[in-house]
Design a protein around this ligand. Structure first.
Ligand code: GDP
Ligand code: GDP
Length: 467
């Protein structure tokens, strides 16, 4: 368990409801009666691929000083001290109350990273409360409904954003399909992933896109062509959250959130900040994104830096899409495209089938195809295969191409489950994880990608011992 989260907020905002959801407890345990859920102070929690410990502050009331204010303050401070990250929860339906401000002050003073959760966001009239939440000075509120489980993906992303991917995932995320010892842990407490609550693919949720590439590849031109210059200059939702910048727009009616640095440098509001930004910041935008468009200058494609960027994106588990830009300057487009695609596949075998689209940011040609590729890749990145299907497939694979015997003993692969999405991650239960050759794992990964049509995204494969 890598980090501890305390859920802080005044009474009745929905802390216990969230606690129970994260801890995987039955919602029925939430009760207005004091004493319910008070027996345990912390619990293992899971939010998609994030594993952490959640501290229940509701349990502290009995042990603290006698005035109500004092008790609340004491419980809050204890929990904050213990935590690496604070979930600060407000009730968007009720709006801000004086107690919210008091608690927010304590949290701010602690200096701990905070994710601001605007709960009950599904309720009528929650919009006003959502706007008020900004006033707490704790950053952008995540619209949420603890009761209905709405906003969980955003909460997950906000956690990664607040703590940083390194802190959240540690070493075990630093692989590109290779099996590390720590990888085995990823699927450890996943008994039956099909039983867990997986939100359906949500088309109304903004897709998070970053645009990266070497200087002069054409990023700004592309972003302006996609969003429209005016929108960039005036977009009401555009703003700075920590060191990332995003702008909201729509493509074919679908909400998109674009993260970028260099490409937005013409945005006057944030000019100063942007001028200080470097390539490093561009890479930082990758962490906020789900899909990363790598803009290559087709006249000078695949320099070392391009491959480094691609490698980073894949290691971060994001899904890359390649734009071969300045296509208007290419003389023999068909031959060049075939050659570039072949080269792409060879240089980036970890994301076999990656989408690579010729475009001209200047004329706008190909940008619709690029966005189609982005949407397609996003869907794959979010895809989930049922355990039933996986194991029917595994049976035929094992029948035709069983794992090799090692030191005279046959390896037994028992079953296969998908432990996570975004990107797809699988757990293979087998008799001796250490003895499975890399080549066989690669074979399984490639066959799986083929069989379930998952081109162009990183696929994680972890091995664990079956009992
Ligand atoms: P706590 O005192 O902060 O731990 O709050 P609880 O989790 O006990 O929730 C207080 C009340 O708000 C309960 O009646 C919950 O059912 C309700 N509640 C919690 N989350 C939501 C939500 O997302 N939407 C709505 N409408 N009600 C909620
Ligand atoms: P950035 O540094 O990646 O943001 O690149 P810019 O968008 O500033 O573009 C760098 C240069 O390439 C500018 O002179 C653009 O006009 C030019 N450029 C961008 N896209 C295209 C394109 O599709 N075709 C051509 N011919 N030039 C382009």
């Amino acid at each position: 368990m890598s980090f501890k989260v305390a859920i802080i907020g005044r009474p009745n905002v929905g802390k216990s409801t969230l606690f129970n959801r994260l801890a995987g407890r039955k919602l029925a345990l939430v009760d207005d009666t004091p004493g319910v859920t008070r027996d345990r102070r912390s619990h293992a929690a899971k939010l998609y691929d994030l594993h952490f410990e959640v501290i229940d502050t509701a349990g502290f009331e009995d042990a603290a000083p006698s005035t109500l204010q004092g008790r609340m303050r004491a419980q809050t401070e204890i929990a904050i001290q213990e935590a690496d990250l604070i979930f600060f929860m407000v009730d968007a339906k009720a709006g801000l109350l004086p107690d919210d401000t008091t608690f927010a002050g304590i949290v701010r003073k602690s200096g701990k990273p905070v994710v601001l959760i605007a709960n009950k966001a599904e309720a009528r009239g929650a919009q006003g409360g959502m706007l008020e939440a900004w006033e707490l000075g704790l950053g952008e509120p995540v619209p949420f409904s603890a009761e209905h489980g709405v906003g969980l993906p955003d909460l997950r992303d906000a956690v990664v954003e607040a703590l940083g991917a390194d802190r959240v995932f540690g070493e075990e995320d630093e692989d590109d399909g290779e099996i590390a010892a720590s990888d085995v842990l990823i699927g450890e407490d996943i008994a039956d992933p099909d039983a867990e609550e997986v939100p359906a693919y949500d088309e109304n949720k903004p897709m998070r896109i970053a645009v990266v590439g070497r200087p002069n590849a054409g990023k700004s031109t592309m972003i302006n062509a996609l969003i429209g210059e005016e929108r960039l200059l005036t977009g009401p939702e555009a703003g700075i959250t920590r060191d990332s910048i995003s702008v909201d727009w729509q493509w074919r009616g679908r909400p998109m959130k674009l993260f970028d640095t260099a490409g937005m440098r013409r945005k006057s509001r944030v000019q100063e900040k942007l001028e200080r930004m470097s390539v490093q910041d561009g890479l930082h935008a990758v962490r906020f994104a789900e899909i990363v468009i790598i803009v290559l200058d087709a006249t000078i494609p695949f320099e070392k830096q391009d491959l480094q960027i691609a490698d980073l994106i894949i290691r971060e588990g994001r899904a890359p899409v390649i734009a071969f830009n300045k296509w208007d300057l290419i003389d023999h487009p068909q031959a060049v495209l075939a050659e570039l695609r072949e080269k792409t596949e060879r240089l980036l075998p970890q994301v076999r089938g990656i989408q690579a689209v010729p475009v001209s940011a200047e004329t706008g040609r190909g940008l619709d195809k690029l966005m189609e590729a982005v949407v397609r890749t996003h869907r794959v990145w979010n895809s989930r295969v049922s355990t039933g299907k996986l194991n029917r497939w595994l049976e035929t694979i094992l029948a035709h191409h069983p794992p090799p015997a090692v030191a005279g003993r046959r390896l037994k692969i028992k079953y296969l489950t998908q432990a996570k999405t975004r990107p797809p991650g699988f757990v293979v239960s087998c008799s001796r994880p250490d003895a499975v050759p890399q080549s066989y794992v690669r074979y399984l990964t490639n066959s799986l990608r083929e069989a379930f049509d998952m081109p162009g995204v990183p696929i994680r494969m972890a091995l664990r011992t079956s009992d």
